[in-house]
Design a protein around this ligand. Structure first.
Ligand code: NI
Length: 224
């Protein structure tokens, strides 16, 4: 499932995040890549002092983790500290799947859900689409600033070359309580049906039944 979540960061938080990023410096992104990814990775990553990174992470991750659609679609139990990536003219990230296990020894987690948060507007750069290979073919996304896009970490994906301007994103990974992407998708569909029923006919027996089925399906399938 490829899902776009608009408005994770509002204009004010975006401005704050960009101001913090401007105070840092960018280094070659290949330094943090796994062996195979390093061959195709061509971007830059923010390296900054711990205090600045902490402010930035709590701003960005606070907004993402509080978003009900992110919670419902990713069902995260562990979430990585994000990377901040910059693609300037000529930069791209070729086809790859994300590393399966991330984090330092003792604090490792499995990457089930990849999340990209777009920190600048699509008009600020040409190219730079996130292209994901799905069961229905390739899907390209280049959403508005403040949007998040989530997709299974197991899917083959790449970033098209930026041909002008600058693409700025935060990228993070979650271990999900629902490891299987098909189960996650099914549970998310039921969540959407439940939300719609609770909105349109909260007192109905159908809303109650769907709510119970959702809650107990999550209980049945969740692994922590
Ligand atoms: Ni990736």
């Amino acid at each position: 499932m490829l899902l776009e979540i608009p408005g994770v960061l509002d204009a004010q938080k975006l401005a704050q995040a960009r101001a913090l990023i401007e105070r840092g410096r960018f280094v070659d992104g290949r330094l943090s890549a796994g062996k195979t990814a390093a061959r195709v990775k061509h971007n830059e990553e923010l390296k900054s002092d711990a205090r600045l990174m902490e402010s930035l992470n709590s701003l960005v991750m606070g907004a993402l983790l509080q978003h009900p659609l992110f919670q419902a679609a990713a069902m995260p139990c562990r979430v990585a500290t994000p990377y901040y990536a910059r693609y300037t003219t000529g930069m791209s990230y070729g086809d790859h799947v994300d590393d399966p296990v991330m984090g330092p020894p003792g604090g490792q987690y499995r990457s089930d859900v990849s999340t990209t948060l777009f920190l600048n507007e699509p008009d600020d750069y040409a190219g730079g689409e996130l292209v994901i290979d799905t069961t229905y073919g390739e899907q390209q996304v280049k959403p508005a600033a403040g949007s998040a896009v989530i997709y299974p970490s197991s899917s083959l994906h790449h970033i098209n070359e930026v041909t002008s301007g600058e693409r700025l994103v935060a990228v993070t990974w979650s271990q999900s309580m629902l490891r299987d992407p098909d189960k996650r998708e099914l549970v998310f569909q039921l969540y959407q049906a439940r939300e719609s029923l609770l909105e349109s006919q909260p007192e109905s027996a159908t809303a109650t039944r769907v709510d119970h089925a959702y809650v107990n399906l999550v209980r049945m399938w969740s692994e922590l």
